[in-house]
Design a protein around this ligand. Sequence first.
Ligand code: NOJ
Length: 738
Amino acid sequence: MTLCALLLLLCGCSSGDRFREVAIEEPYAHKVDSVLSLMTLEEKIGQLNQYTGNYQATGPVIDDTTKIEQIKKGRVGSMLNIKGAHQTRELQEYAMQSRLRIPLLFGLDVIHGMRTIYPIPLGEAASFDLDLIRRTAAGAAREAAAQGVHWTFAPMMDISRDARWGRVMEGAGEDTWYGTHVAQARVEGFQGKSLADVSTVMACAKHFAAYGACIAGKDYNTVDMSLLTLHEIYLPPFRAAVASGAASFMNSFNDLNGIPATGNTYLQRQLLKGDWAFNGVTVSDWGSIGEMVAHGYVPDLQEAARAAILAGCDMDMESRAYVSGLQELVEKGEVPEAYVDDAVRRILLKKFQLGLFDDPFRYCDPEREAQTVLCDSLRMLAREAGKKSVVLLKNDNAALPLKDFKGKIALIGALADSKVDMRGSWANEGIVEEMVTVREGLEARYGKSNVIYADGYDLETNRLQLPQALNAARRADIIVVAVGERYFHSGEAKSKADISIPKEHQELVSALKGTGKKVVTLLMGGRPMIFDEAAAHSDAVLLTWWLGTEAGNAITDVLSGDYNPSGKLPMTFPAHIGQIPIYYNYKSTGRPESKQRGYTCCYQDIDFEPAYPFGYGLSYTTFEIDAPTLEKREWGLDEEVVVKTTVRNTGSCAGKETVQLYLRDLVGSVTRPVKELRGFRQVFLQPGEETEVSFTLGKDELGFYNADLEYVVEPGTFCVMCGPDSKNVKSAEFELVP
Ligand code: NOJ
């Protein structure tokens, strides 16, 4: 026995490693403990073991034909990559053959829909509509639960300021405050009011933590950051997820300041299970326990198991570290059994809360499955989410909408008719044939004979097919061209050094512009992209992301003006790759950036302005937002500050504006960003109509983490800004006084 293990035992399992047993309330405490008391050590460790099923692989698969036998022996607590009422029933029946008949938990990456696919999460975040975001998560949960799934590995709440990182498509973008609200909405949507409701699933706050800050945007890369930045920028969505009752957390792959997240005691024991009193389950990421060997943090798989369980990782996803090494560690006294018990209690609690001990098959109902999947109401929801996620980036001379358009439309670009691309990344449960393409959407709205389609380029190679494209363009009255990324260019392990769209796509847009006709560009992709040449040669640009099942109809709703676009960018779009990481809430520096350059915080060779700022997005109408007003200049530290502004529709059609409020604390005991989003309101106004919008700023909006990592509100002068995006703002000042 090592000295460390001896100390652990002597001190009742907590030699400064912050072990704190989960607090379980009745009636569950009694039930959980009575099951636990019946379990052998091997059965306990079995509960901590999660294997992938065969239906799909979302990580490197280990060949193993013994899984079913292991389930029957009670050596498996959970399976991932399993779906369907029949398949889940079959596996659950094996679990019912084990000695204690403890049901399996089935997990799956339900990232933006199950069978009905909604916009990719980054796209949906552009809606700035938290109610919608909650409803799509609830819709996804309903379908997933009907297909036998108890647990989604979502939402991903990693803040990221680096568009090279392929996983930005899975999150809510660069802003912590907005990302926190989106994370909460998604958790609430997935879990509903109670896990006992058979149309809800357990949510999983991932990836804990700071995965989005991987150096140079390379997936899985090291993260090195101050604790201040960790607490201020990266942790708030996770903390809020605990407050929203998230049932589980997933560790991240990265090393954080020298310690891999999966073996990180500070993250899991001190913060999550300690300070934040989280009573759910922590699961490793795929193989991330074993990967601590490659990190150079532990010498072998058994030591990896020890590091992970001591640090607070309850379930082992596909490392086989717990199932192979933990028993010996406990028997030798090197890991206190109390650690294993605590992890098991957390997992059993969830199984009780889901009602699986009462009826292990309650999620396996083929009739409910058939009635729920791809039902009309979910398809309608997908269309609503799709149109609300589109962002209008440019609209010169009111090129759009194609309201009562009677002419011919040249629809060019193979992406416009690619079903698999409409579905987007991380959406394998959506059936490709069920996706509606832009071509189908336009043909349905304007008539087949009025849409002249041409591929324009080869989808696989991007080789241009110019003669065919120009021929279609010449026969039409307006050109709609689809350009951008393929769906598999963003997502896990999809980092890119160059986020420009293919040069052939840019050339295509320029060539089409050469016909003299109006060019409307549909920009597709899962991250901020650089598309300057295409933008310059377009009359209008719609950012359409990957919108899912109803993509083509949703895009047509926007093109036609049946829906007036209202999306806003949740991430800054850089003008140049060299600007990355670029984000709106940067700090001032001692030599703030200046157009004159000189000895300032600038580049010699490129501008510092992005192509499109955070929060940006146009409408077919125009809005004016007044400077903010406050009824007094001085406010007490404990008071809630009320800020008002007026917004009016100055254009000619009805539309929705997202009024954004930004704040700057001018002087702080630690320096503060030049602006931070602290509120937004969506208003729908008829032409000429105006309305007053009011914001209340309390501690959550006015405070920050000081150098001692305490959340404080400091007296002093604040600048409050209101506008339609993070750049075009009008401001006022107020004082907070002690
Ligand atoms: C690895 C990914 O990082 C994680 O997000 C996902 O949930 C697991 N694989 C399971 O598929």
